[in-house]
Design a binder for this molecule. Structure first.
Ligand code: TRP
Length: 337
């Protein structure tokens, strides 16, 4: 009961991640490693946005494996499935249902302006499907079902949260207050992590064989090798500077994983050569990821338990979502028995 009343005063966070690609060290340092502690301050829901993953062609096997991997990984990075609600989007039917309903309160013109839709349409012109277009409306449903206060997202998703706010306001105005109008927040955490081979571009999660990306689940020897091959320059000075992007990226990674500042890292390696430095960065990363990998292996060793966690998360999410959905049906004028 005490927990109940404490929860009521906490603001609610909803976030979701698509099970596409393979989460990287960049995802971990930039966002995922902070998610576990958010439940101290917020009432948190985390979903694996599997329904969103099919807007781009994906093999059934890959969708299945990516989904299980991401669900287990969310818990492995520290999201306690008791203190938080962790679930698969497709396990709570209210998401697809509210998505349909909200389509009718979303204007074609505003959806057409979404930058991500335009970019993805250009990238895969052979598969510009309606789901891709409708993607942000389903995302609005995800958020609005839970009367969410805050949505932590990357910069690229802020426009979608803005659309979500517009849909909520439009619906509330047309009927009566139904949805909480959420706030999008881009967390200012950590340094941006770039590719080890091309430090001008972000560490990508899509190319599984990318030697420039370190994946959270890469085995230690693979991580060590990727750092050994990281591009640097011919100067042999370990300092952060705009014209030393490779070294700066490595210093940022070291600082974030060894728990020191970039300045401390620079003085620590003042007398080292690049090879030694790169080895040490790799070691710091391996050490940081070890507990995550251990927890992940435990979770993946027991599929029954993983399914049980998924079901329990979905049941808890469902209870909240059902209330909002029922209200929406009634307000629109659907006959409910
Ligand atoms: N579109 C988000 C992304 O690509 C994932 C997502 C789906 C999401 N539904 C959401 C994020 C709801 C926040 C809230 O990153």
């Amino acid at each position: 009961m005490a927990e109940q009343s404490a929860n009521e005063t906490k603001k609610r966070i909803f976030s979701a991640v698509k099970p596409t690609g393979n989460p990287t060290l960049g995802n971990y340092l930039g966002a995922m490693r902070h998610w576990g502690s958010m439940s101290d301050e917020f009432d948190c829901l985390f979903a694996v946005a599997d329904l969103h993953a099919i807007t781009v062609a994906i093999e059934p096997k890959e969708l299945r494996e990516n989904t299980k991997r991401l669900f287990a990984l969310l818990i492995a990075v520290g999201i306690d499935p008791e203190k938080n609600i962790v679930f698969l989007q497709s396990h709570v039917r209210a998401h697809a249902e509210l998505g349909w309903l909200l389509n009718n309160y979303t204007m074609f013109g505003e959806a057409r302006r979404m930058t991500q839709f335009k970019e993805k349409s250009q990238k895969t012109p052979e598969n510009v499907n309606v789901g891709l277009f409708d993607y942000p409306v389903l995302m609005a449903a995800d958020i609005l079902l839970y009367q969410t206060d805050v949505v932590p997202v990357g910069d690229d998703q802020l426009q979608h949260v803005e659309l979500c706010r517009n849909i909520a306001e439009r619906f509330n105005g047309r009927y009566s207050p139904t949805f909480k109008v959420p706030e999008g927040r881009t967390p200012k955490v950590g340094a941006r992590i770039y590719s080890l081979l091309d430090p001008t571009s972000k560490m990508g999660k899509s190319d599984a064989n990318d030697a420039g990306s370190v994946f959270i689940l890469d085995p230690p020897d693979v991580i060590a090798r990727k750092f050994k091959r990281a591009v640097t320059d011919s100067e042999a000075r370990i300092v952060a500077s705009p014209d030393k992007k490779g070294i700066t990226n490595l210093l940022n990674i070291y600082a974030a994983t060894a728990g020191v500042t970039v300045e401390q890292a620079q003085s620590e390696f003042a007398d080292s050569d690049y090879a030694t430095f790169k080895t040490r960065v790799g070691e710091a990363v391996i050490e940081t990821l070890a507990p995550v990998q251990k927890k992940y292996a435990e979770l993946r060793a027991d599929d029954g338990e993983l399914m049980r966690l998924m079901r329990s998360g979905a049941e808890r999410a469902e209870r909240i979502a059902a209330r909002t959905l029922e209200k929406v049906y009634k307000k629109i004028g659907f006959v409910r028995g």
